[in-house]
Ligand binder design. Structure first.
Ligand code: PMP
Length: 445
């Protein structure tokens, strides 16, 4: 591509033009095939160009595209909501689903719904949001303010609402020598209790967190016991628990929601990437019955709305994606291929002098690259090591999701992998081999 009129993320880059998809592969206009080991940003998950999803979308295009939610609902929107509610984590109650167009929009929507809940519950003094660092919750201003990602926030700081951040559990750098997993989990969870006390117990509206941290830190699950303790603290303090499952949800970690593996349910859950799997731009909020009850008994209305909510083609496409995941039993493959990926990364990088940490869950894994294994010293961020590894893997035909983390001054280089739930054994092997070769390309150059 020599010239472009699109306002790309990188105005100087010459990007391949992708013309089609085929299972785990993307194909450009020269016929080159890229093995998609990250689904973009953990979006595509059932393979590109799935026939059942294409058929469902085509059928919906021929029936109804759009009817405004001010006056109407539509069948695919209702069917997808029923599907999601029927599979909601235990503890959600019946619940209800609201649709949005992107993960960021879903984050804005949950913050507003949390505020509405507090007002309708006659607790208008509850207005503080507590979130974590590092974290990523999106790029619109409210979502950006909620995220604990120093680099992304910095230029827009004067425009951001006030959000309070506590440390997210990051065992590689924050677990102390000799500290057990449980002690570490409880110490990290106690940060929430302390922050609620600092802000004033009656003034806190919600705690927001990714059950498995994604873009900002690279597939970081919490230590055992953390989430159960967080749930207890939220309940005791009357604070809503918001789980941002935009990236971790819809099967990426082996269960529909990552939080299910912790045995708790959030009050509000956002989901997006694996919901439409890239076939449609769609996000959703799952509200627990406890929230629905308060709104129903209060104004009875949602104090939020967007033109394209409940879009019929988007919801029809997402429903087909969710049916493929269920009918083809893809979460079993997530577990099997996830175990293979974990073992493969361990074999390739477990003793590597520049790989400090290998972390993840399901088909959601990251390597953290460091300059010095013994001291955990990161590479100079200006060297852009992760981005170079990503570029080297791309040159070898495998797409990964590299990122420069920003952990309060400590900048770590991460390369994130999020292969398709449909990935084959051979594809997982190829992903690991190619990543190992790409790391060698960069570090042994
Ligand atoms: N939350 C999380 C956890 C995310 O990973 C992302 C996207 N990377 C978002 C929110 C924002 O989603 P979107 O880019 O669709 O606005």
């Amino acid at each position: 591509m020599a010239q472009s009129s699109v306002f790309h993320r990188d105005l100087n880059a010459e990007l391949p033009v992708i013309v089609s998809g085929d299972g785990s592969y993307l194909i450009d206009d020269t016929g080159r095939r890229y093995l998609d080991a990250c689904g973009g940003a953990a979006v595509s998950c059932i393979g590109h160009s799935n026939a059942k999803v294409r058929e469902a979308i085509k059928a919906q295009v021929d029936t109804l595209a759009f009817a405004h939610t001010g006056s109407f609902t539509n069948q695919p929107a209702e069917d997808l909501a029923a599907h999601l509610v029927a599979r909601a984590p235990k503890g959600t109650g019946a619940g209800r689903v609201m649709y949005l167009g992107s993960g960021s929009e879903a984050m804005e929507a949950v913050l507003k719904l949390a505020r509405q809940y507090c007002i309708e519950k006659s607790e208008p003094e509850r207005q503080h949001i507590i979130a974590r660092k590092p974290s990523y919750h999106g790029n619109t201003l409210g979502a950006l303010a909620t995220g604990g990602h120093a680099g992304r926030r910095a230029p827009f700081a004067p425009l951001l609402i006030n959000v309070n951040h506590i440390d997210a559990p990051y065992p590689y750098r924050l677990q102390q020598d000799g500290e057990s997993e449980t002690d570490f989990a409880l110490r990290m969870a106690s940060l929430l209790d302390a922050e609620i006390t600092r802000l004033g117990a009656e003034t806190v509206m919600a705690f927001v967190a990714e059950p498995v941290v994604g873009a900002s830190l690279g597939t970081q699950p919490a230590p055992k016991g953390y989430w159960a303790r967080i749930r207890e603290i939220c309940d005791k303090r009357g604070v809503l628990l918001i789980a941002d499952e935009v990236m971790s949800g819809m099967g990426r970690t082996g269960t529909t929601y990552a939080l299910e593996q912790e045995g708790i349910a959030a009050d509000l859950t956002t989901m997006a990437k694996g919901l439409g799997a890239g076939y449609q731009p769609i996000a959703a909020v799952l509200a627990a019955q406890k929230v629905v009850d308060v709104v129903k008994a209060g104004s009875g209305k949602l104090w939020n709305g967007h033109t394209y909510m409940s879009h019929a083609i988007a919801t029809a496409g997402a429903l087909a994606v969710q049916q493929v995941i269920e009918e083809e039993n893809l979460l079993a493959n997530v577990m099997t291929r996830g175990a293979q990926l974990k073992a493969g990364l361990g074999a390739a990088f477990g003793q590597h002098p520049n790989v400090g940490d290998i972390r993840g869950r399901g088909l959601f894994w990251t390597i953290e690259l460091v300059a010095d294994w013994a001291t955990k010293a990161p590479f100079d961020p200006l060297d852009g090591i992760a981005m170079k590894v990503g570029a080297a893997a791309k040159a070898r035909g495998v797409m990964t999701y590299p990122s420069q983390g920003c952990v309060d001054g400590v900048k770590g280089d991460h390369v994130l992998l999020a292969p398709m739930y449909t990935a084959t054994e051979a594809e997982i092997d190829l992903i690991v081999q190619t990543l190992a070769a790409a790391v060698a390309d960069v570090l042994e150059a």
